[in-house]
Design a protein around this ligand. Sequence first.
Ligand code: PMP
Length: 374
Amino acid sequence: METLDYNELAVPGVRQLKPYTPGKPIEELEREYGVSDSIKLASNENPLGASPRALEAVREAIDDLWLYPDANGFHLKAALAEKHGVDPACITLGNGSNDVLVFLAQAFLAPGLKAVFSQYCFAVYPIATQMVGAEASVAPALPADHPMALGHDLRAMYQRIDADTRLVFLANPNNPTGTWLSGERIREFLASLPGHVICVVDEAYTEYAESDELGDASTWLEQFPNLVVTRTFSKAYGLAGLRVGYALSNPGVADLLNRVRPAFNVNSLALAAARAALGDHAFIERSRTLNAAGLVQLREGLEALDVAVVPSAANFVLARFDRPGAELNEALLRRGIIVRPVGNYGLDDYLRITVGTEAQNRRLLDALGDILGD
Ligand code: PMP
């Protein structure tokens, strides 16, 4: 069969693009390694599963699968508008918040324009930027010996902003580091931005934050017309498999994002589940409590093994080892434990470990103790 040089045919941004590296699915591990009873602490999913109210809503919505979903997500937007005290016109729904991050790139970036983000930021920011042929302007992260090791350095980010910059991405807390910024610092940063720059504050993990220090960027929208806040149902709400997230912004920005949004991007089960999950405060509280205890358990357990742990306000920890993360990952996979090696982020000696249940965390720590002691 004759083949073409498809790469040559692709648009420049796509030619060099490396796809996002996802966590290994449990089923794949068991198939490839012939192990059973595996656990996955690799994708920052909720170890409690999904909100029971969301599951109930999915059961009720399933009979209507033959109908297209409400393309405007009226009921979910109404519930989100009430939660955040904003007009529904401020909301853009996404197939996961990943979707809205891509809309932002499509709406505001192009060849000749730039996005600023930090080294060790969430991998989708560089992917979305490159995909649309824009330039990535990467600010060095805080050093490994800083109290907020590898976190965002707002001063360095600010210095990279120029006339061609259209987007700045901040994750609070950040993935894969878990580090955070105080709300006060972000507000100062927002106040200092020129009018041609949109700042995205990605709050995918905000429900897990134990202190008020991080603030709630959704309450600053009135004050900062160039602020976009992204949120997700994939983490604390336990709905990663359904794919639903959203952006909150000025209605003018939401109008642009909704122009590039594919029709029906959020499916009917996801709309129903997300709406129900929003009202399940008890589930969020349980998730937060379990996570807080798990963070302590993992930190203390890892430190007892002489492993350095980056501070985290999220549902995972980034841990630094005395050997390549890929090697440890392999040894853990053989024991039926999936974590996330982060060599793709330039963090070769690190592993990112999602907080699991008490028993899962214990199993991970015991396995690491064995491997490191060998
Ligand atoms: N932002 C951050 C910081 C994340 O870590 C993730 C998930 N890994 C996302 C956004 C996207 O999540 P989702 O598309 O599931 O909403």
